[in-house]
Design a binder for this molecule. Structure first.
Ligand code: NAD
Length: 276
């Protein structure tokens, strides 16, 4: 079910499926989307300081919890420190600002958004401090390649619990997946639906027809069977519900392999080795 979780290396449980809110502006549409998600069983919400919508997410959480009759502890809230705030003191301050905007007294997961060279190590030290203070239940990174993780782990006291990266059938991230598995770092897919660019793909359409599911559901199911946490974004109620209706069917090994074979190492987002 939507409440199924993976256990991070520190024992914290993280839902396999959540809702992402990238590019959803502060306002009624955002609040509605997050509330719809909570109402329909979503327990994980992915935002970031740079999305400039943490206040709206906070409002939706407060209203959504009330309406669904559940407690804060049942939710898993993720935010991320933006590049401009990477540094020890500045990351601590950015975390406090996010917490305030969200109206929460702790986060479930806080991530370094991008591996800005020369800066991410100080930021990591700040995340370790926040974690030890109990202000965040798990800490991790985003857009880290194997070499970034290796560098980080050389000096880290606590290894990242999660690495959130672009991942979809055109960018299957197999090498990173292996590395993360070996180091007990949970891989999480951003833009799992390739921001809408996969819906016309004939191979995926054929598989979707075979299972009588939508292409979105096939891709989300493929994430789950690969052991990848996934956070598809939609603001439309029927799609939010559709994207979560993936716990009652299973893709065959053959179909998993067919989807894996769509890989072209093609990105929709920036290359973590060459951004800014
Ligand atoms: P996505 O791959 O989730 O695709 C979203 C698009 O697909 C939207 O246009 C939506 O309307 C459409 N869509 C969703 N469900 C659909 C359905 N069932 N049928 C038809 N269309 C559907 O793209 P995303 O928003 O870029 O990624 C998901 C989340 O990942 C973001 O919201 C954000 O939280 C996170 N993210 C993180 C980073 C990072 O650097 N860490 C970068 C990008 C996104």
């Amino acid at each position: 079910s939507l409440q199924d979780t993976t256990t991070l290396h520190n024992g914290v449980k993280m839902p396999w499926l959540g809702i992402g809110v990238f590019k959803v502006e502060e306002g009624p549409e955002l609040v509605h989307a997050v509330k719809v998600a909570i109402k329909h069983g979503y327990r994980s919400i992915d935002t970031a300081a740079i999305y400039e919508n943490e206040s709206g997410v906070g409002q939706a959480i407060q209203e959504g919890l009330h309406e669904a009759g559940i407690t804060r502890e049942e939710l898993f809230v993720t935010s991320k420190v933006w590049n401009a705030d990477l540094g020890y003191e500045s990351t601590i301050a950015a975390f406090e600002a996010s917490l305030n905007k969200l109206g929460l007294d702790y986060l479930d997961l806080y991530l370094i958004h991008w591996p800005v060279e020369e800066k991410y190590m100080d930021a990591w030290k700040a995340l370790e401090t926040l974690y030890k203070q109990g202000k965040v239940r798990a800490i991790g990174v985003s857009n880290f390649q194997v070499h970034h993780l290796e560098t980080l782990m050389k000096d880290a006291e606590i290894k990242p619990m999660v690495n959130q990266v672009e991942c979809h059938p055109r960018l299957t991230q197999k090498e990173l997946m292996e590395f993360c598995l070996e180091h007990e770092i949970q891989l999480e897919a951003w833009s799992p639906l390739m921001q809408g660019q996969l819906f016309e793909n004939p191979v995926l359409q054929e598989i979707a027809a075979k299972y009588n599911r939508s292409v979105a559901q096939i891709i989300i199911r493929w994430d789950l069977q690969n052991g990848i946490v996934t956070i598809p974004k939609s603001t439309k109620a029927h799609r939010i519900i559709e994207n979560a209706s993936v716990f009652d069917f299973e893709l065959s090994k053959e179909d998993m392999a067919i989807i894996d074979a769509l890989n072209q190492n093609h990105r929709v987002g920036p290359d973590p080795d060459n951004f800014d």
